[in-house]
Structures are given as structure tokens and as C-alpha cells.
Ligand binder design. Sequence first.
Ligand SMILES: *Cc1c(COP(=O)(O)O)cnc(C)c1O
Length: 450
Amino acid sequence: MYSEAKNPIAQKRNLVTAIPGPKSEQLIKRRAEAVSASLGTAFPVFIERAEGSIIMDVDGNSILDLGAGIAVLNVGHSSAKVIENVKTQIDAFTHTCFMVVPYTGYVEVCEALNRLTPGTHKKKSALFNSGAEAVENAVKIARKFTKRSAVVVFEHGYHGRTNLTMAMTAKNMPYKDGFGPFAPEVYRMPMAYPYRCDACIKPCESSVLSMVIHKIEKEIGASNVACIVIEPILGEGGFIVPCKGFLPGLAKFCKENGIIFIADEVQTGFGRTGHMFACEDESVVPDLIVTAKGIAAGLPLAGVTGRADVMDSIHLSGLGGTYGGNPVACAAALGAIETIEKDNLVERANKIGKIMNDALLQMAKKYSIIGEVRGRGAMQAIELIKPGSNEPNSDAQLAIIKYCISKGVLILSAGTYANVIRLLPPLIIDEDLLKDGLSVLDEAIASVKN
Ligand SMILES: *Cc1c(COP(=O)(O)O)cnc(C)c1O
């Protein structure tokens, strides 16, 4: 499934030095001199190359990647068709600016997005460079179309780091602290968070949904709302899966009130959740859908796709940007999308998701610091608590991640309370390799002192 490089990387975890090794140590020092201290590091090695689900570092260690560059490498590292397309494109041309001289790849990516996103209605797309930029453009489109200004978002939501998307993102530290003032007319609503939601003690979908609708009507006025923007499963917020009925209820409220329903599927898209898009789970058809991360195997690309009447309501040259829909990124996207479809990676997400979910549920039986196992498809997480309460346990999160690093397994943190561990493996991962990673995670949790 991945490219046959000259020296293929064995799909096995293998450490030949401590983590970080001596060459990585040197580079970490060099980086500290040159790179702003504001940028974090989840895994303290420097990469040399990567293939499939394995990252080879500069010291020769083979690291098991259960983060996939934050749900970007759904097709795995060095995916053959992505590399082939990119090489061909680079030999032909690298840039024109689509608004100066157009090229086929851009159109083909838009056709693919229009075809793959939920709903059989006529759709159109526009391409951008990053998830945040695409979210901003979706809001611009919704505002222009509705001639309204209010934007509704949710607690625990994450939409990016630009000024408007910082305002839309829920969590202060590290995303917003000291970076204000933020864009106005963004209103945050309670989120259906079954594990921690007082209102969810009652039948969840009716109580939280009705609270949200009540607040929108009383505090904003439905006729002032341009769009409701929500991640179908919250990513950075800790893989919060809203209770059944919440998303369809919001979509229905939008329809009844002329509000544009925007699904931010930047993290959940392209097969990750066992559907091509997470909205499909409850047959929700968004007016606009925002995509990025999984779209192009790491080349910078993002899209806004949706109702043709909405997408076409913008004046000529109202949207755009110098690099948006870069030809090399489009070539990568076409390779990634072809691979997801040909290799049935949507189905595979369910298969590896079940392996992860089964293993995590077994761990939850053994370890009282696991408060909840949740997710869908190949997007699985555990929320860590102090035993005997549901108090967040961020110390355990740190300790577990540190242990996994020492064993060469890359896992990612998440959650408003910094107490969630999320697993986002490449969808092509070998099952034995995934099980190896899960057994290291099991050891890591066992090593945490309660
Ligand atoms: C990552 C992410 C974004 C921002 O994407 P960038 O490419 O980092 O700008 C927006 N929304 C969601 C749900 C994300 O996970």
C-alpha cells in the first residue's frame, strides 16, 4: 500500500538508542537556537524518513506513528500514488495561482469533494491552504449568503488559530491566551458531552439541544445567525461524540431558520471515522462542509464544499488567495483520495477502530484511571480521571505519553482538561503493529501510580 522505496522501512517498532538519541539531541539544541520557543514538540526526535506507519528518526530508531500527523496521513507515510502524482506534477509546473491561470488538478479535487461529501444536491467547492483558512472562508460565505453576522460555535470546539478561528475555538490555553481582541459576533453554546454534561443525565439530545436552541433564540435571535459551525466529533476537544440526535436536531433548526449548517470535518474527514465523512453516521447533510487534514497526505490543502446556490452567491473574486489549491497539493489530494477509495480505507477504519476500541475497553476494565473510552472508527480516545471521581487526571496523561515515547510509540494528547489520549493511526496500519502499539499503551497505563 505504501511506496516501495529503495530501502523499504520494515513495519516494525525498533529502538536502537534512547529517545531522543544523540543526533536528535544535537538537532533539538540547534532548533532551540533558531526556532521560536512558541512551537511545541509532541515526540522529541527528528525524522529522517517515513513509510506506512513507521517514522525512522535520524538515529535509526523506528517509531510507531499512532498520530498520523494529526489525522493527516490517513493513507500512511509515503503512500505510493501520492508520491507518484506529486513527482509528476512537480516536473510539469508548481504554481500559477488558480485565479491567474487555471489547471485541471484543482477542478478534479473540487469534483471529488462534490461527489464524496454528504448529499445528492448540486454542490460546488473552493480550495484553500489550511483548515483555519477554510473555516474562515466558510463563515464568509455563510455571512454573505444570509446577509447576517452571528456565528454559533460550541464549548470544547476547535477551529484553528487565525483571529476569527481563535474566537471560534473554545480553549484559552494554549490557543488564545493573550492573543485577543478576538473577532466579534461569535457565540458559544453548550456542547452535548455525554461524559461530563449535567444536562445529559436526562435524555441527552432533547435537553442539551433544547437548551442550545433556547439560548440561540433568546440571546442572539435565530434571524441574526448566519451559521452554526460544529465538528461532528470534536477533535482537539477530546474526541467528544455528541449524543444521538444532537447534530440532526441542529441541522433541522438551521433549515427551519435559514441558518447555514457548517460541518467542520477537518479532523473527522476522509474515512477517519469509518464513514467518508462523520456526518454520514446520522445522515446529516450540511449546507457547507470544511475539509483539510486527511485530504492531501500532508501537502497543504483545504476545501469548502456545499450547496451550489450558497457557493455561487459570492461576487466574482470575492474568494481566493495566492496559493490556495496549489497544483502539487491537488496532485497529492487526488492520489490520497484515489487510495482511500481503491483500498477501501473507509472500511479499514472500522476494522482497526474495532481493534482499538476492544483493547481500550479491556484496559478500562483493568485501570480505574480510565473514565471513558470513546470515538468512532479509527478515531478512538480514553479520558483519564482520578479514580473514584470524574476529576480530570492530566498527570496521568503526561506520564502515559512519556512512557510511550520511551518505547517508541507516538500517541497524541487532547481535551479541554488535558486528560485525553487520542489514537489516530494511519488507516493502512498493519494489525499486528497496531496491537503492538496498544500493548505498549496498556503497559504505560499500568505504570501510572494512582
Ligand atoms: C486542525 C483543525 C483545524 C485547523 O486546521 P489547520 O490546518 O491547522 O489550520 C480546524 N478544525 C478542526 C476540527 C481541526 O481539527
